[in-house]
Design a protein around this ligand. Sequence first.
Ligand code: ADP
Length: 688
Amino acid sequence: MSFRSVRVTAATALLVAVAYYVGANFGFFLRIPPSTPSVLWPPNTILTATLLLTPPRRWWIYLLAALPAHLAAELGMEWPASLVLALFITNCSEALIAAAGVRWFSDAPGRFDTLRRVTVFIVAAGLVAPFLSSFVDAAAVAAVQDEPYWLVWRVRFFSNVLTELMLGPAIILAVTAGPAWLRSASRGRRLEAALLAVALVIVGAWVFGVLIDRPVNIPGASVVVFLLPLILLMTVRFGPGGASLALLSTSLIAIWASAHGRGPFAVLPPAEGVQALQILLTMLIVPILCLAAVIVELHQATRALGERLEALRASEVLKSAILASLSSSVAVLDRGGRIIDVNAVWTRDGGEFAGPTSARIRVGDNYLDVWREAARRATPHADEAVAGIAAVLGGARLGFAIDYSAHAGAAERWFAMSVVPLDRPESGAVISCTEVTERRRAELDAQRSRQELAHFTRVSTMGELTASLAHELNQPLAAILTNARAALRFLDAAPPDPGELRAILSDIVDDDKRAGEVIQRLRDLLRKGEPQRVLLDLNVLVKDVVRLLSSDAIIRNVSVTLDLAAEPVHVHGDRIQLQQVMLNLLLNAMEATAERSGPERSVVVRTEITTMLETVHLAVEDTGVGLGPGVSELVFEPFYTTKPAGMGMGLAIVRSIVEAHGGVVWAMQNPTAGATFHVAMPVRYMPT
Ligand code: ADP
């Protein structure tokens, strides 16, 4: 035992002795004459509280310390020494039974904040201990003083039950929770407590006739009507501490009044008055203590739920931040709807910072400051205003600190988030984030308007194509008409030849299908909607578009040749968008070729798979006017056009579509004549 703990033990022992002495005299003082028993007997409860608050190995010290106080208090009573000693032993036995019982059954002896803890105290200290010890006590008194055994037992039992319940929690809470409350309570709370206490004392004094000796109606009724609301208010506002102090002061006032022949209980014969009062107070204390505990439990459950939610939220942000940092460019959408881009994550496990785990470092060099700040704030009661959140993540308590001020004034707000496990403050992570909500919104808007524009240009391209489309539709329709007339003629012949007729009718069906396909392709192209990525064969796609433009080619007197890869050329993409790429490139090539008056007017479309680079390659080669020097990049700029009715958007859209598919597009002047437009895209192998 260190010197300090010896001093603490000695001081406590002295305090116990003084309290015991004062408590005993107080008990004698509160007797209702002419009966001998006290209404209240504090010494046993003082011992019980002491034993509950101290380690069992020191119990004997405090019990011994109480002996001189006991002798000093009781030897003046002119009782035989043997009785005085016997009474000391029964007092100690009550305290021992109570303390041992509460310690055995309660998970936190000395606390009254769950229903279970309060129930254990009520049963062990309030009921069982007085019950058992009273047998010995009554036997001693009956033997020495020649008093009736059961009367002594009953009187002692009731007074000790009341004292344990009334004084026990009050002493224990005053010692354990009192100093902290006095230190931390706000001025408003103190004022509220003081006002309630004053009100309680005044109403209590009035109810029990201390102020005015009122005529008595039904004993106890006024207690319920006038005092109970105040006691309940105290309980609801100040928990078990408030409840036990309110009950204590009420009891003291009631007992004092009764001892002085005042109040509702004074009309009864003394012995009955005492017992009625004891029963009333006990009946009041039990439910109020339980209520106080339930209120605390409710509060704690609500707070725990709130903390859990907060922790979940925080850990969600953190988890997605870490995930995002691993897949470099993913943006995190936090709960506030903000899009957060994680720049870098530094991790630390004991020693120096490792990382950053992401290569994209755009964080300032003050992360160490942020780290220190996080460690400083990493207490369970961190200042919430600075977004310090204590969290439970994977079992570890974490402290968060978010430093929003880090780059105030920069174009995009960035901040550093530090995460420190509370139980291991030397490890954790610093995450640098940028809020990119505005940028991402702008990007999304741009993407949406690009889609609109692509649709618009498709529609206008179709306008240009109407002549050739009319031509293309005309062909099958004319063929159908011719075949139908021929069929009619055959029918007139006698006898009609069924084989001939069948052949004609099946031709009609084929032509009809062709017309239907033309219309279907048109409708596909004109459809408006979200892009949908599917597995496509580029060869099929090229053939479709070439067929759509075949009449156009004839009108412009341009021959279109296909030089396609023998095997299917698979890509992953949106059918309509890629058709639009094909359509724009082919139309441009045919227009450029038609503009030139040369002997050779041809367009060649090539596809091939470049296995080594894992790309598919599409080339549209024409023999047209070609690209002037320095134009091959310019043509992809929006609104660049050399055509009178041109809009200059076609190639810009081609580029944005190809790039959205992870590919590249470029243009080259041919050595002889014309230009070639190249598209390269990632190949997509068929799943085997
Ligand atoms: P538009 O066709 O409305 O002019 P584009 O973006 O499709 O818009 O084309 C932009 C310009 O690029 C054309 O005006 C033309 O000058 C040039 N260009 C496109 N394709 C070719 C080609 N195959 N040969 C020569 N010049 C071309």
